[in-house]
Every structure is written in C-alpha cells, then in structure tokens.
Design a protein around this ligand. Structure first.
Ligand SMILES: [Zn+2]
Length: 166
C-alpha cells in the first residue's frame, strides 16, 4: 500500500490531533480507565473519539481505537473511514491495527510506541511476536475443523443478488 499523496508525512495538524488523543488517554486514567485515547479526524473535524473502556465495560475489545472507529462510523452513518485519519496516543495493538485496516482509514498516526506501552505493563509486543510465530506454538490453540455445512454461509453470500460489499 504505497502512498504517493503525502500520507506518510506529518504536519502541524497531526501534532494537534495527536496531542488531543494523548489528552484523552491521560484523562481516562483519572476516570479509572486504561492510558489510551484516540480521535478520528475527517476534513479537519473530529468525527469520533475513543478511550479505553476494557475494565469499565468488561469488554476486552473496547480499546480506544476501536471505540473511536465505532463513534466515527456512527457519526458518518457508514462503515468506511477511507478519507479519515485515526490518531492514537499509543501505537495500535494488533486488534486495533486490524480494526483500522477494516475501517479503511486513510492514515494512522500514533504518539507513544509499543515499548512505551510495555513500560506501563501493556505488552502488545507479545501479540506481535505471537502473530509472527507458528500457530502450533501458541498458548491458545486455534483449531480448524470443517463440518458438513461449512461452505453454506459463503455460498449463500455469493448467491445473494443484492448485498452490501465491504
Ligand atoms: Zn488495541
């Protein structure tokens, strides 16, 4: 996914939105949440914010980036953020990085990195290492097994004349 539109460069606006994401992360700690915040910006306007709500909501997927993506998609009434930038206080974990990819975000910009997260006890790098390792070595077995109806959902999807592609 090579970009030629300057999406890899940073500017003053990036610093501003990153600072806002970091502020959300810091205030979340005071409110009993994890030290993570994110904002989604479209055409210079914040369309969604998120703070880590894992412990508050008992939701292990309620990471700041996921929360911000959900809020932004609600705001625009769509499931693609292909013109938006997601700013996050910390390098996205694999869950959030995948959520960003699914959202088709134009860019992702982060402040702290995975080493900063590890210092605070959030060792995302363990998951990155796991994804790079043979699945047979994972502590959590991930097992595939085909049942007679395995292909039916995909067949039904393929046969459906009117479907919303994503
Ligand atoms: Zn995450």
């Amino acid at each position: 996914m090579t970009r030629s539109d300057g999406a890899h460069r940073l500017d003053d606006d990036d610093e501003r939105w990153l600072t806002e994401a970091v502020a959300l992360a810091t205030s979340n700690v005071a409110e009993g949440g994890g030290p993570f915040g994110a904002v989604v910006v479209l055409d210079g306007v914040v369309i969604g914010t998120g703070q880590n709500r894992v412990t508050r909501d008992n939701d292990p997927t309620a990471h700041a980036e996921v929360q911000a993506i959900r809020a932004a998609c609600r705001a625009i009434g769509g499931f693609s953020l292909d013109r938006a930038t997601l700013y996050t206080s910390c390098e996205p974990c694999p869950l959030c990085l995948a959520a960003c990819l699914w959202s088709r975000a134009r860019r992702v910009v982060y402040a702290a990195n995975r080493d900063d997260a590890a210092r605070a006890g959030f060792d995302d790098s363990l998951f990155y290492d796991l994804f790079a390792a043979d699945r047979g070595t994972w502590p959590m077995p991930v097992v595939g097994h085909r049942v007679p109806a395995t292909s039916e959902p995909m067949d039904a999807w393929l046969a459906r004349p009117t479907k919303v592609e994503y």
